[in-house]
Design a protein around this ligand. Structure first.
Ligand code: SAM
Length: 190
């Protein structure tokens, strides 16, 4: 789309001056429990797009939020929007990106269906979380992911989480478009 003679690329989130596929309000659906848990916590947001959810979590009192996103233009927008909040952003590919530390909470919202090996990415992100993992997945087979980007092979994310020492605290089709939302808590002895 051309604006004032300049190409404006479409974003994921609609942000000022940059149209997107979704609004923040839409993408906050199903996240009430996450926002209730966020105060004082460190949070990793894998596949954060322009970082609007990360920024909201910081506004809600998270201690520090780190967003990872594969599209550099999204990260540029995120860095412009973050102000002085305790949020950092990084260009990274979840297929290979390795957490350098642990986080109290890890979220991967509408991300796992996009990677080459959802099982491996889910196992990696869960291993870096201390307390809570929040996933948003396509509703069709959830919490199993079947997607052409992972060869149409079933990736049983529920089993990955269970084997990694996590239990389902809450699950439901709570996304704005009926996406499945899963809240996983770490077992006490795991
Ligand atoms: C469907 S959007 C979801 C954004 C946000 N998490 C939400 O729930 O509203 C998925 C985001 O993940 C990013 N993404 C896709 N593949 C990725 C990868 N391999 N590593 C990191 N980010 C990726 C996309 O560029 C996009 O911004």
């Amino acid at each position: 789309m051309a604006m004032a003679g300049k190409d404006v690329k479409k974003g994921w989130f609609s942000t000022p001056g940059r149209p997107g596929d979704r609004t923040l309000e839409q993408q906050l659906n199903g996240l009430d429990r996450l926002f209730m848990a966020a105060h004082g916590k460190t949070i990793l947001d894998l596949g954060c797009a322009e970082g609007l959810i990360s920024i909201e979590l910081a506004k809600a009192g998270a201690l520090a939020v780190h967003g990872v996103e594969i599209v550099p233009g999204h990260v540029e927008v995120a860095n412009k929007l973050r102000g002085d909040l305790p949020v950092t952003f990084e260009v990274g590919d979840a297929n290979v990106w390795q957490p350098k530390r642990n986080y109290d909470i890890v979220i991967a919202l509408a991300l796992l269906q996009k990677v080459r090996n959802p099982t491996a990415v889910a196992a990696r992100l869960a291993a870096s979380a201390r307390e809570l993992v929040v996933l948003r997945l396509p509703p069709q087979h959830a919490p199993t992911v079947i997607d052409e980007r992972s060869g149409n092979e079933p990736h049983h994310i529920g089993t990955v989480m269970k084997n990694g020492g996590w239990y389902v605290e809450h699950a439901g089709y709570d996304g704005a478009f009926g996406e499945w939302m899963g809240y996983y808590r770490r077992n006490k002895n795991a």
